[in-house]
Design a binder for this molecule. Sequence first.
Ligand code: ADP
Ligand code: NI
Length: 215
Amino acid sequence: MNNHSIIEAAVSFVKNELEFEPSGHDWWHIERVRNLAVAIAKQEQADLLVCELSALLHDIADEKLNDTKEAGLEKVCSWLMSHGAERRLMDHVMLIISTMSYNGGKNPPMDTIEGKVVQDADRLDAMGAIGIARTFIYSGATGRPMHQPGKDFSDADYRSSEKSAIYHFYEKLLKLKGLLNTDYARELAEERHAFMESYLNQFYKEWDLMEEGGD
Ligand code: ADP
Ligand code: NI
């Protein structure tokens, strides 16, 4: 398969698998990450095919959408094999999608420039106006509350599944800017980060008025 055909085939595969995914991993997330990855790859002189294909396939293997991480990776691996991907391309894409996830910021840095590009693209889509929307969608889809003043940050030992959407800003979203790999992604992140900060200011302003105003 030539480069164009494998990309087109990946688009159909991913649309089919994720079109109606309800927790923030729908097709449009994939399409945005793909476009960001291509834009960053051009600035960084990274391999466009590796970046675009990895971006398209990156959430097919997500642990949340499969029985296990291994089963998800196996699905991607057999898709690549059955679509005639060369060994080198397949190994690189598999390496990227198996190691790029946020994981509390604890995964070691990506080895290749293409890995850094795709990871940055996925992280940028978790920031800014869209990142905020995805957080509230995810929280709603998983039964999490919007905000619970005082509770999320207290020492109380309660599960992550009970933490609010607002808590997720502190747990992840506001940390992403400092975890980016490439200069161009850092440039794109500035406005998104500032927007999240001003969103939180406005949120608390409205919330505090509600508290002051009583019931
Ligand atoms: P991705 O790797 O594609 O960003 P994730 O599975 O980490 O996907 O998250 C999907 C979306 O849901 C992201 O925008 C993320 O910030 C948000 N999200 C993930 N975990 C939580 C959570 N515990 N509470 C609220 N939003 C979350
Ligand atoms: Ni993603």
